[in-house]
Design a binder for this molecule. Structure first.
Ligand code: AMP
Ligand code: ZN
Length: 474
């Protein structure tokens, strides 16, 4: 079965042929499918939108493995240089929070990195193979800027910036192309405000000189002047170091299609002189809240802790993410999370009852069905619907395929009876409920009703669904 992925570079769903299998790839043989995801920023606790980006990275990696590919995945940690805004006199968010909390900027980055890593663990997102920190690769970033300078692609705005001259990049627009007019208009609007010494609207910074009073905690020496690498160069420096001159997949949020990713391509292709830098560009779409933007002023800016505080498991959120395809917007509401929680609970219960039953059902190749859904640009809503079908008829035959799917893709605790204490059904109630189910299947309805009353006396309600029953505490 052929895996198809939507490639932003070609605007098409394409059959995935990794460099290791690509007859047109003439360079040194690759042993792995290499994939790079840009960054979780570590100047605040990640919100559930940020987590959707990490979830998508996990999903792409796991899908490739499910299709048998050996994969190495890299996720950058941007622990440096986050401007509050251009108007803020170049104040850095890390330094701003550090002042507020009376600690160093390094400690702020460390604190939020730990929170981020704990979040990944809670969400059953395995660590990525390499998770390099931007601050530990300043040397590589400076090297890259120096090389671009030697090749004549840069110019300096004295005491201010080193810029990349995009007029020397003949295909700068290739990732943006259907939207290039819109992007150009945006740039022209900014241009009217301030070109900051740029020659062309699309030129972007490689190095920013530190020009404020007093020493900045995170500033570095460079061949030009003390300062900071600008935020595009870190990805190119780290992806080059760990993935080489060309690699298979570059992924991150759709907000980077028009600025950051074209800049990453321009830098690396001019540096190495090899095209394409990356074969497949994959972008996840944004998570919205009540069909709008997440924003602090609307109080709809939720973290994993907020989710847990309202009694949800991080795995309910994980299941919720599966309900939309990664390339579409997804709308978050508490009702939708509630729905996800009860569906997940239903699946866990269903699996438990199947494991206890002897009914084998129809012998269907369920793995193929699951792969078919994933092959269609990782269509997770379709995947879930196949899963529900597989379970709906007590098909024990499906269990092995579901177990593999759970271990490799879903990771939502399907086989772990991990409902919270208060929802845990006591053993004697389960025994009674099972006796009742047997009585019903033998059409002994009088006995079934009698047992229902016994269960009620013990403060539990038994409710019949189409195929199984549900127990609820009174
Ligand atoms: P930030 O530090 O807020 O810029 O976020 C880091 C990355 O998370 C961004 O580059 C986005 O690609 C991604 N991101 C931010 N907000 C959302 C959202 N609501 N949904 C999905 N991804 C998001
Ligand atoms: Zn990047």
């Amino acid at each position: 079965m052929k895996l198809k992925l939507y490639n932003t570079l070609t605007r098409e769903k394409e059959e995935f042929i990794p460099l290791m299998e690509d007859p047109n790839y003439k360079w040194e043989k690759k042993d792995f499918v290499w994939m790079y995801s840009c960054w979780p920023t570590v100047y605040y606790t990640p919100h559930i939108g940020n987590l959707r980006a990490s979830f998508s990275a996990d999903l792409i990696r796991n899908t490739l493995k499910y299709f048998w590919y050996p994969v190495k995945a890299v996720m950058n940690i941007t622990d440096v240089w986050h401007l509050v805004s251009d108007a803020d006199d170049w104040e850095d968010k890390l330094e701003k929070w550090a002042k507020r909390d009376g600690i160093s900027a390094w400690e702020v980055a460390k604190r939020y990195e730990e929170i981020f890593m704990r979040g990944l663990e809670d969400m059953n997102i395995e660590k990525f193979d390499v998770m390099p920190r931007a601050t530990e690769h300043i040397k590589e970033q400076i090297e890259l800027v120096k090389l671009l300078e030697e090749k004549g692609y840069t110019y300096e705005v004295p005491w201010d910036w080193i810029y990349m001259d995009t007029s020397k990049v003949d295909d700068y627009w290739k990732l943006i192309w259907p939207n290039y007019k819109k992007r150009l208009e945006e740039l022209k609007a900014w241009e009217r405000v301030d070109m900051k010494g740029k020659k062309n609207a699309t030129d972007f910074a490689l190095w920013k000189f530190s020009m404020v009073k007093g020493k900045r905690e995170m500033e570095r020496d460079s061949p030009w002047w003390v300062g900071f690498p600008w935020w595009h160069i870190e990805c190119s420096a780290m992806s080059s170091k760990y993935l080489g001159e060309q690699f298979d997949i570059h992924h991150w949020g759709s907000d980077h299609i028009t600025i950051h990713h074209p800049n990453e391509i321009a830098q690396a292709e001019c540096w190495f002189g090899k095209k394409p830098r990356v074969k497949y560009w994959i972008h996840n779409e944004f998570l919205q809240v009540d069909w709008g933007k997440m924003s602090k002023s609307l109080w709809n800016f939720y973290s994993l802790e907020d989710i847990k505080a309202r009694g949800y498991s991080p795995l309910d959120l994980r299941y919720f993410y599966f309900k939309a395809q990664y390339w579409n917007f997804q709308n978050f509401t508490w009702e939708a999370l509630d729905q996800a929680k009860s569906e997940r609970k239903g699946l866990i219960k269903k699996i438990n009852s199947i494991l206890e039953s002897n009914e084998e059902g129809e012998n269907i190749n369920w793995k193929e069905k699951f792969q078919e859904a994933l092959a269609d640009n990782i269509n997770t809503p379709k995947l879930l619907s196949e899963l529900h079908i597989a379970l709906a008829k007590w098909w024990k035959y499906a269990i092995d395929a579901i177990k593999e799917l759970e271990d490799k893709i879903l990771k939502i605790g399907l086989f772990a009876w991990e409902l919270s204490e208060e929802n845990q059904v006591p053993e004697d109630i389960i025994v009674l409920a099972e006796e009742r189910k047997k009585a019903k299947s033998e059409k002994n309805y009088a006995l079934a009703d009698e047992i229902r009353e016994k269960i009620k006396d013990k403060w539990w309600l038994v409710k019949d669904n189409k195929e199984w029953y549900e127990l609820q505490k009174i």
